[in-house]
Design a protein around this ligand. Structure first.
Ligand code: GUN
Ligand code: ZN
Length: 444
């Protein structure tokens, strides 16, 4: 096994987005033939390679398309085994499928095995960073952090806070502060890991627990807030019944100081005008989860309105409400949701969202989300030839826009040829490369 610290050189056709990109105006950087040198996991240089002869010390990734690794801003690791469960909308679906599946994570051995499977699955889909819900059990988040640390992934996760309206065995027995704080002290800022304070949603946390979430954010600056918001009409009704004095759903979180530019709320489909104004003022992010929103019948997020108003938006799978780990399939459903809202989600904007856009939303745009000097070398190599319909469509694509739109609408995990972490392949299609760094990590 070669030393991860020694320089690696890759030749590739790359797509990335300029640092000044926005969702409404992504700046496309197509580098047709470049030599990328990676030193100690970071990109040291990106040089034109068009005149370069083939050499044996350069790994040639052509003719695939190399992109920054996909980022998934909202996913539930303990829901991987109940993905695609039939016949329910949000509140019933939680009771019938999600809560029972999450019970199993009280067992550390189960959690440890599940964390490995989950990360394997993400890498096979080209996802290199995610913001992840664990379960209420400290052991579930611990298992995920340990598995991510061994692979040296950039990962954000948190133990769920839940102390009411949930079954026995899935509720915190106190306000959850101490268990969250212990995880933060063990993992936040260690290597490439970060902690998200994770109240599931207002329905499942008492006032005391939402207050504890606020104290955690204050006591541990740099941690994130990760939760759900305004996904389903029944959920909204139940929330407002629990908080009769709150003018709206978002105001419930806001009264506990949980809405700011470190806050990430999945869904936000049914927000009222005052909620949209508040979200804009606070610069909290809404995670668009189209496969989930369609599968659970939750509704059609108006992404064009969010972009127009300057409300930060990210893109996420929301497995297991979401029906695929593939962010390519997420983009396909995102396109269809937008079409039903009368808007066509352009492939440049969509691929920007998966990479630099999600990095910007997570405050990580100086480290991940681009292929440029100084960035961490977390990449996905797409090669659509391994998917028959996609391959044939790509062969007829005449422009970059057409090529990307083919990946957006037709691609899935079969289009992922390799996934590299810090310049080392951790996944290759048809084969899992057994080169996972098993060393302990160090504080950054
Ligand atoms: N709202 C509260 N919990 C959940 C969950 O697990 N999945 C989804 N989609 N929405 C939620
Ligand atoms: Zn969710």
């Amino acid at each position: 096994m070669s030393d991860a610290r020694s320089p690696r050189r890759y030749r590739a056709r790359c797509l990335s987005f300029g640092a000044q990109s926005t969702a409404a105006a992504p700046i496309v950087e197509l580098l047709d033939d470049v030599l990328i040198t990676v030193v100690d996991g970071r990109i040291a240089s990106v040089d034109d390679a068009s005149a370069l002869p083939a050499t044996s010390d350069v790994v040639d990734l052509r003719p695939g398309l190399l992109l920054p690794g996909f980022i998934d801003s909202h996913i539930h690791f303990p829901q991987q085994d109940m993905i695609g469960s039939y016949g329910a909308q949000l509140m019933d679906w939680l009771e019938r499928y999600a809560f029972p599946a999450e019970m199993a994570y009280a067992d550390p051995a189960f959690s440890a095995d599940a964390a490995e499977r989950f990360l394997d699955r993400m890498l096979a889909n080209g996802t290199t960073t995610a913001m992840v819900f664990a379960t209420v059990h400290e052991t579930s988040a611990e298992a995920l952090f340990q598995a991510a640390a061994r692979r040296r992934l950039r990962m954000i996760a948190g133990k769920v806070l839940m102390d009411r309206n949930a079954p026995d065995g899935l509720r915190d027995t106190d306000d959850g502060y101490a268990a969250s704080a212990a995880l933060i002290e063990r993992w936040h800022g260690r290597d490439r890991l970060a902690y998200a304070v994770t109240p599931r949603f207002a329905i499942t946390s008492t006032d005391a627990q939402l207050g504890a979430a606020k104290r955690l954010l204050e006591d541990y600056p740099g941690t994130y807030l990760h939760s759900h918001l305004s996904e389903n009409p029944g959920e909204i009704q139940q929330t407002l019944a629990l908080y009769p004095d709150a003018p709206n759903y978002l105001a419930v979180y806001d009264q506990f100081g949980l809405v700011n530019d470190r806050s990430h709320y999945a869904h936000g489909i049914h927000l009222s005008e005052p909620e949209l104004e508040l979200m804009h003022a606070r610069q909290g992010t809404i995670a668009f989860c189209p496969t989930s929103n369609l599968f659970l019948g939750s509704g059609l997020l108006d992404i064009e309105a969010l972009m127009r108003r300057g409300i930060p938006m990210s893109v996420a799978t929301d497995v297991g409400g979401g029906t695929s780990f593939s962010q390519l399939r997420t983009l396909a459903d995102g396109y269809k949701v937008a079409q039903l809202r009368g808007y066509s989600w352009h492939p440049f904007s969509a691929f920007y969202a998966l990479t630099l856009g999600n990095a910007q939303a997570l405050g990580l745009a100086d480290r991940i989300g681009r292929i440029a000097p100084g960035y961490e070398a977390d990449w996905v190599l797409l090669d659509g030839r391994s998917q028959p319909v996609l391959g044939e469509r790509l062969a007829r694509a005449e422009t970059l826009e057409e090529e990307l739109f083919a990946y957006q609408m037709l691609g899935d995990e079969r289009a992922v040829s390799k996934t590299l972490i810090l310049g080392t392949p951790l996944y290759e299609r048809g084969d899992r490369v057994e080169r996972v760094e098993r060393t302990e990590t160090h504080n950054a």
